[in-house]
Design a protein around this ligand. Structure first.
Ligand code: SF4
Length: 109
């Protein structure tokens, strides 16, 4: 094996490792998008002031501090429809996260 073949082999080897590294980083980033993050349900476009006030007074948050008390486990929750990320709440208009919470929480029977 001459020096040129050796350096070509090293170059191709490094190129392969680089491609694998890029693929691994992309896979980790893709996993991070779906796992653990509560959807942001804060677009209140078209929501009236009364509903906004109720949302605020009940201290709604997109991510509950207590995993046992999330909107998804609440009687007032309306699940998302049509592939939407956010559902709704029977107490006020506007988008609500299944991972959210507010003072109106009532555990589903
Ligand atoms: S009442 Fe509160 S905890 Fe229950 S679904 Fe509505 S926003 Fe979520």
């Amino acid at each position: 094996m001459n020096a040129e073949n050796s350096s070509r082999r090293v170059f191709l080897s490094r190129l392969g490792l680089g491609a694998l590294s890029i693929g691994a980083i992309a896979a980790v980033q893709a996993c991070g998008k779906g796992g653990g993050e509560a959807p942001k349900c804060d677009d209140l476009t078209g929501v009236d002031d009364a509903a906004k006030a109720t949302r605020t007074s009940l201290k709604y948050v997109d991510k509950s501090a207590d995993p046992a008390k999330t909107c998804g486990k609440c009687q007032q929750y309306n699940a998302p429809e049509g592939g939407a990320a956010c559902g709704g709440c029977k107490l006020f208009k506007g988008p609500v996260s299944a991972d959210g919470n507010c003072a109106g929480f009532v555990l589903k029977a």
